[in-house]
Design a protein around this ligand. Structure first.
Ligand SMILES: C[S@@+](CC[C@H](N)C(=O)[O-])C[C@H]1O[C@@H](n2cnc3c(N)ncnc32)[C@H](O)[C@@H]1O
Length: 281
């Protein structure tokens, strides 16, 4: 869903154990292709769920190239403030170039470089499934939110609720073995809404509200979709050319219904959950 074929060697953002350091070129491709194709569409859901409004101070955790933070600036207006944090320096370099006025920091979500009780709203879009310890990160996000403030996370819903990705996963399983499916489905790892809400409760967050919306992953063609998913994951190192060819061939048939343009462009739907919790006042 994320790392393009062009990023395959250094953008293993599908693997939670990686340290996420990608090249400057990969970060530029992320901003040019994946933000408009996948992530920008989710921003209103994230900010609506967080209730971000004029005058607030907002922290965007795992901000990537800053698509959520930039939209938050528009919502909080001149009396508010926005801060972005990411582990990845190349992502932050793009974010700084696009919005020098936002306060950007390199940090781990589980060790935020801020005092307690600092932000009105802490948001984290499409990243928590990569954190090694999501509850630890949520606890840290709650620490830097002020009493009465909110912590909001948006992640993809379960694979089962995303038929296009389920079909892709079935094709991978058919040709590369069931063990290989996990390599291309990390994005859906936190898709169980009850489990996600439990993590919020474990982090001490209360008054939980959740919502689910459908959006799309847009690619130039089915083949580009497959290349992105396979070559941007560890799967590419585990399969030979014949297996890869068979996956491509089957996907051309299995995913044909997601072609939306005469030029072969595809829009693969998938749901995302947003969960918002409050820090006890
Ligand atoms: C799929 S991108 C999402 C970026 C952004 N939120 C968006 O919606 O475009 C995931 C981001 O999580 C960041 N990330 C992964 N693990 C992290 C961690 N432990 N702490 C901070 N950032 C992390 C990666 O560097 C990457 O920028």
């Amino acid at each position: 869903m994320l790392a393009a074929a062009a990023l395959a060697d250094d953008a293993r953002m599908t693997t939670p154990t990686e340290d996420f350091q990608i090249s400057p070129e990969a970060a530029e491709v992320y901003e040019a292709r994946f933000v408009p194709g996948i992530f920008a569409e989710r921003v209103p859901h994230t900010l609506d769920a967080a209730g971000v409004r004029a005058g607030q101070s907002v922290l965007d955790v795992a901000c990537g190239t800053g698509v959520v933070a930039r939209a938050a600036v528009d919502r909080v207006g001149p009396t508010g403030s926005v801060t972005g944090v990411d582990l990845n320096e190349a992502m932050l370099a793009v974010a700084r170039r696009l919005s020098p006025g936002i306060d950007w920091h390199r940090a781990d979500a589980a060790a935020l470089p801020f005092d307690d009780d600092r932000f009105d709203a802490v948001v984290c879009q499409m990243a928590m499934m990569f954190f090694p310890d999501p509850v630890a990160a949520l606890t840290e996000m709650a620490r830097v939110a002020r009493p009465g403030g909110t912590v909001t996370v948006l992640v993809p819903a379960s694979l089962a609720s995303s038929p296009g990705y389920s079909r892709f996963a079935d094709v991978v399983g058919r040709h590369a073995g069931r063990d290989a499916v996990g390599l291309v489905t990390t994005y859906f790892a936190l898709g169980d809404l009850d489990g996600l809400r439990l993590s919020f409760a474990d982090a001490g967050l209360t008054g939980l509200e959740s919502s689910t919306r459908t959006g799309h992953a847009r690619f130039g063609s089915i083949d580009e979709f497959v290349a992105t998913e396979v070559e941007g994951s560890p799967l590419i190192e585990r399969i030979d050319d014949d297996t890869y060819g068979a996956i491509r061939e089957d996907c051309a048939a299995e995913l044909a219904e997601y072609v939306v343009g005469d030029d072969g462009a595809v829009a693969v739907p998938f749901d995302c959950h947003a969960v918002a919790g409050r820090v006890e006042a």
